[in-house]
Design a protein around this ligand. Structure first.
Ligand code: TXE
Length: 469
């Protein structure tokens, strides 16, 4: 059986234990992924620390060129990586699936490669000049989740490397293989020690985030783990970028043409089988439009081919893991037992963690499927009587990553959008992230932003050079 190793200082690390990774669509074995020990974590941090001295002295232009070469490696290996993602994570090759994920990795690498943070004169008068420089923090610990395993890892590691930091990355224990392969490939164009990996579950993640020699933590995952990481960081005082998922509301403004928005709403909710931090997780529709929105979404759901994502005709794959599969089933079961209208679509294969595309009507705030993050293909659709109520519902939860407003024109949507509490409020689209546009949560969805110039700043520290004239 093929084994997949961690890479430290540019070399594979011999592991004493491994875990078998299974394809969530078929149950087939994909191979054995290394499990790191605490000693491995320490070795990786030391390697990253040693490499960082030289890497921070490399000229900015050379670092830009190196990161551009990383983008090229991703592009050259895109089909190989996309197939690995589909086999390991489950999202289909086609549609907004694994090929789309790898192209996002390419884009989110090219953009930081082309950006720079120039020194900024923040004050100048006859007596003095003060210039703000952005210098690397040092060693960045990156903890990635399983839903977009390569794309989110790239979001964490590329800005860090671009700005002269080195990285120790831990992929999720559910999806280590594609990430370990991606890191092996891009290490071909990185100096040894700039990007290292460790792997394993939360215990290994905790050993990394509490390591005394870490200077920054990038984390995407659950709120509970985010809180543990904040506590762990008291050991190293590392600043943290925390992306803790959400429970994004979407509001359809009264009188909106349901057929015009149905496709945007559908993929806003069911992208990656709903396993996306910024997916629509609760939909608020005016009582007069409720039937037409459900009809338009049902028409789309009926047409969606579900099955193994290696078959290019399929657009909906399995859930990634049993924990998530059980969680979604439990929340839908709770809605059903409370008398909600559970509408299921699609022929679900009997192997793997497949669930039907599910719309849940006749449901209200306060029910578990509305209030808890389902992170799966089950969308609750809540009727409202007036917009003020919908806005109050949207803002009523502590999660506040994204939100969206849907209307016949952006002008109609914007006043509603301005009232929503979220890191990003989209109009007539949802989850439409872009590598130049800062992205992050408000309230319990975390703090700090990724992407664009703000994302680069987040992996640097300010250093002021103050000159007496
Ligand atoms: O998350 P965890 P899980 C949500 C989603 C899902 C729930 C649980 O609702 O159902 O979280 O998923 C590492 N110190 N999201 O259990 O545990 C872990 O090994 C350091 C939303 O997968 O937060 C993995 O690499 N690291 C989300 C990563 O944290 C620790 C994406 C995420 O796992 C650790 C994923 C510790 N103490 C789940 N404990 C999003 N924001 O998109 C665990 N880890």
């Amino acid at each position: 059986m093929q084994t997949y190793s961690n890479l430290v200082n540019g070399k594979p690390v011999e592991a004493t234990s491994h875990q078998e990774i299974l394809n969530p669509a078929t149950g087939d074995s994909l191979g054995l992924a290394a499990i790191s020990s605490e000693q491995d974590v320490n070795d990786a941090v030391i390697a990253a620390r040693n490499a960082q001295k030289d890497w921070s002295r490399v000229s900015d232009q050379e670092r830009q060129e190196t990161v551009a070469r990383v983008a090229q490696v991703l592009q050259d290996n895109s089909e190989y990586l996309a197939e690995l993602i589909t086999r390991e994570q489950g999202k289909p090759l086609s549609g907004p699936g694994s090929r789309f994920e790898v192209q996002a990795c390419v884009g989110w690498t090219q953009v930081p490669a082309a950006l720079a943070l120039a020194p900024e004169t923040v004050h100048e008068d006859e007596e003095r000049k003060d210039v703000l420089h952005r210098v690397p923090l040092g060693v960045v610990a990156a903890i990635a989740p399983w839903n977009w395993p390569l794309m989110i890892a790239i979001w964490q590691i590329i800005p860090a490397i671009r700005m002269g930091n080195t990285v120790v990355l831990k992929p999720s224990e559910y999806t280590p293989i594609a990430t370990l392969e991606m890191v092996r490939l891009i290490n071909q164009v990185l100096p040894p020690g700039v990007l290292n990996t460790i792997s394993g579950d939360g215990r290994i993640g905790a050993a990394l985030t509490s390591h005394p020699d870490i200077d920054k933590i990038m984390f995407t995952g659950s709120e509970a783990t985010g809180r543990r990481i904040i506590e762990a960081s008291s050991r190293n005082l590392a600043p943290i970028t925390l992306e803790l998922g959400g429970n994004d509301p979407a509001i359809v403004v009264p009188g909106t043409d349901a057929t015009a928005i149905a496709e945007g709403l559908f993929w806003g909710a069911f992208l990656n089988m709903g396993q996306t931090c910024a997916c629509i997780k609760r939909l608020y529709v005016h009582e007069n439009d409720y039937d037409s929105v459900i009809a338009a979404l049902s028409d789309l759901a009926r047409q969606m081919p579900i099955g193994d994502g290696m078959n290019e005709n399929n657009l909906i794959g399995p859930l990634q893991n049993k924990m998530q599969y059980n969680k979604v089933k439990e929340l839908v079961g709770d809605a059903r037992s409370n008398g909600c209208d559970v509408m299921e679509f699609g022929d679900v294969p009997d192997t793997g963690y497949f669930l039907p595309v599910t719309l849940v009507g006749n449901i209200q705030d306060g029910q578990r499927l509305v209030d808890e993050e389902q992170f799966g293909p089950a969308l609750p659709i809540v009727r409202y009587k007036n917009l003020d109520d919908a806005v109050a519902s949207a803002n009523s939860l502590s999660a506040a990553l994204g939100a969206s407003v849907w209307a016949n024109s952006p002008e109609e949507a914007e006043p509603v959008a301005m009232r929503l509490e979220a890191g990003t409020v989209w109009i007539n689209q949802h989850g439409a992230i872009h590598p130049m546009v800062p992205f992050g949560g408000n309230k319990a969805s975390g703090y700090g932003v990724e992407f664009g110039l703000e994302g680069l700043k987040a992996v640097t520290q300010p250093r002021v050079i103050s000159i007496k004239k």
